[in-house]
Write a protein that binds this ligand. Structure first.
Ligand code: FAD
Length: 338
């Protein structure tokens, strides 16, 4: 399960190779159906136990707000609420929805946080895997429920209000969850006076300062070939957030075909092109997590053109007849470690 989601990995943590600093602290756990890890080169007030408790509490709060896997989450209750009825939502969820809407507009609907009916139809949400390939009629029915134009976010005096123009609209923030979580834990650490940390929630990473060895944090983009220890590239994030999405970890085979969990909202079907992973570097993990999935929907050529046009720091891995090939924008170059 853990390996299924390993698209990025952290280097330079072989503490045994040097004298272990007293302040090195690392906790690991599970959240959002995947793993998290927090590594500090600073002490945490109250020590490891307090760090673990506070991180777990923050992640549990996020799940209570935005999980489609929890029928009692705020998001699940919004999904069951009637159309055209403003529904109060908490600040963190509002931030995620606002980012989803912005990225949806920038990518002309290729990133779409209302894609849930299609995600579920293809068996990548809380529902079970389908027994047969969805028919054109089933895809068309699910597609009719999708579109960010059916979702409206407003900021009132009392807080954020969310409404929808169809009762059966199904909001799915899963693509942003890891980014939301990494930013929230980074915020918690900053508020606790920690200045040297690295937070990983599966493919989303936030870091600051230096690692327990006193060296810059370094993150490897894993090679899709799955050769043990093989990396495509090593990145020094320089306090920026790094997020990777990939099509080669989360998929299943049905009727002899392989289906990835990333859905093109225009076709209503899982992507089929040769882009296997997209890594994005941006100031927040939430933004990076939104654009890595959008690039995966676009495919290799459109993703590179979009990244160049928007001057994004992006690293793509493309499957070719000769193996895997890296393509990246000039904005990514300063982060690459030679
Ligand atoms: P990403 O590339 O970041 O996102 C892909 C996911 O986004 C797809 O799986 C789909 O849900 C959605 N998606 C697909 N296409 C699009 C598109 N075009 N636009 C927008 N979104 C799209 N998983 C479990 O198995 N068990 C759990 O208990 C569980 N709990 C969760 C709790 C929370 C709070 C959240 C946010 C998620 C939870 N998940 C759970 C889902 C899981 O964490 C991942 O979000 C999911 O597996 C995909 O994430 P990823 O990083 O692998 O892929």
């Amino acid at each position: 399960m853990l390996l299924r989601f390993l698209l990025l990995t952290v280097l330079n943590l072989a503490l045994a190779a040097c004298s272990e600093p007293e302040t090195a602290l690392r906790i690991e756990g599970r959240t959002m159906g995947t793993f998290y890890a927090v590594t500090l080169a600073d002490p945490f007030p109250g020590g490891e136990k307090a760090l673990h408790q506070q991180v777990e509490a923050r992640l549990a709060q996020i799940s209570q707000e935005i999980s489609t896997y929890d029928p009692n989450s705020v998001l699940s209750r919004f999904n069951r609420s009637p159309a055209n009825t403003p529904f109060p939502i908490p600040a963190l969820m509002a931030r995620a929805v606002a980012q989803g809407i912005t990225a949806g507009q920038t990518t002309h609907g290729l990133l779409d946080v209302t894609v849930g009916p299609l995600v579920n139809l293809w068996g990548f949400g809380p529902d079970k895997r389908p027994q047969h390939t969805p028919s054109d009629a089933e895809i068309a029915a699910a597609r009719a429920r999708v579109g960010i134009d059916k979702l409206h976010l407003t900021q009132g005096k009392e807080g954020a209000l969310l409404s929808k123009s169809r009762t059966d609209l199904y909001l799915d923030l899963s693509t942003l969850g890891e980014g939301v979580g990494a930013d929230a834990i980074a915020e918690l650490l900053e508020q606790s006076g920690v200045h040297h940390y690295l937070v990983e929630i599966a493919g989303a990473v936030r870091s600051k300062g230096h690692n327990p060895n006193g060296a810059p944090w370094r993150i490897a983009i894993v090679d899709p070939s799955d050769k043990p220890g093989a990396f495509q590239a090593v990145v020094a994030p320089k306090e920026m957030a790094v997020s990777t999405a990939g099509s080669y970890r989360n998929y299943y085979e049905l009727d002899g075909k392989r289906y990835s969990h990333i859905i093109n909202p225009r076709t209503g079907k899982p992507i089929t092109h040769r882009l296997v992973s997209a890594t994005v570097i941006l100031p927040t993990a939430l933004e990076a997590d939104a654009y890595d999935t959008a690039l995966m929907v676009m495919g290799p050529e459109q993703a590179l053109t979009f990244a160049q046009k928007n001057r994004l720091a992006v690293y793509l891995i493309v499957k070719t007849d000769r193996g895997f090939e890296a393509r990246y924008t000039p904005q990514f170059t300063p982060y690459l470690v030679q």
